[in-house]
Design a protein around this ligand. Structure first.
Ligand code: PEP
Length: 250
């Protein structure tokens, strides 16, 4: 049975005090849920977040990014070992903002995925088409090639540590959401793409999250689709009430 997951990507928001405040609010709303719940604060606040949540077995603290190298002269970067040393075992890779502003490519992301898996980390791998691709009917080609280029060098066994996050770029932070049907169609295509390479036994075990303006008002309908296994949540993860309303949509 694949897992339901709701992960909050805080991006470059919340200083240390704000991180504490939001986590305290999240803790007060935590109840047992059948979904795995994750939050991704900024690097500087990961350790504090981990400490604050040590006695909470529902919310996992995860990272927004990491470097592919194990260590060395990469000013400003963070390695998998550094994350693991503070209790962070899951990392988001390939977010569209990383691709757009920091020029991450499928090839560079393949190296990051390898580096994370080599340290037994779990990867939430993000991808998705831009508006022009969707308008020209090219969304499946784009998504298919992002997955193949970054992940298809992996052995089937690696997929036990991979979560996929389909995030159409046109729906991120725009208030515009893919319809539940659009999300389901793409998630089914993603699962088939995986199955064509690795078989349905593997593909059916991989959680595929949807990301793009998920809110309390639309989460239930989106999560109700058979191939949508949860969400990667940006803006709405910054409000404890909204985030847990989304978690509870399962
Ligand atoms: C995201 O950045 O991963 C995201 C889905 O953002 P939002 O929910 O704000 O669209």
């Amino acid at each position: 049975m694949r897992k339901h997951i709701v992960a909050g990507n805080w991006k470059m928001n919340n200083d240390l005090a704000e991180t504490e405040t939001l986590i305290t609010a999240l803790k007060s709303k935590t109840k047992t849920t059948d979904a795995e719940v994750m939050i991704a604060p900024a690097f500087t606040n990961l350790w504090q977040a981990y400490q604050t949540l040590k006695d909470n077995d529902v919310i996992e603290v995860i990272a927004q990014n990491m470097h592919a190298a194990t260590n060395g002269a990469y000013t400003g970067e963070i390695s998998a070992d550094m994350l693991k040393s503070i209790g962070v075992n899951t990392v988001i890779l390939g977010h569209s903002e990383r691709r757009e502003y920091f020029k991450e490519t499928d090839a560079s992301l393949a190296k990051k995925v390898d580096a994370a898996l080599a340290k037994d980390m779990r990867v939430i791998f993000c991808f998705g088409e831009e508006l022009a691709d969707r308008k020209s009917g090219n969304e499946e080609n784009i998504v298919g090639s992002q997955i193949k280029n970054a992940l298809f060098h992996l052995d089937a066994s690696a997929f036990k540590n991979i979560v996929l996050a389909y995030e159409p770029v046109w729906a991120i932070g725009t208030g515009e959401t893919a319809s539940p049907e659009q999300a389901q169609d793409m998630h089914a295509f993603i699962r088939k793409t995986l199955a064509d390479q690795y078989g349905y036994e593997i593909a059916n075990e991989v959680s595929i999250l949807y990301g793009g303006s998920v809110k309390p008002a639309n989460a239930k309908e989106i999560f109700g689709k058979p191939d949508v296994d949860g969400g990667l949540i940006g803006g709405a993860s910054l409000k404890a009430e909204d985030f847990f309303a989304i978690v509870n949509a399962f």
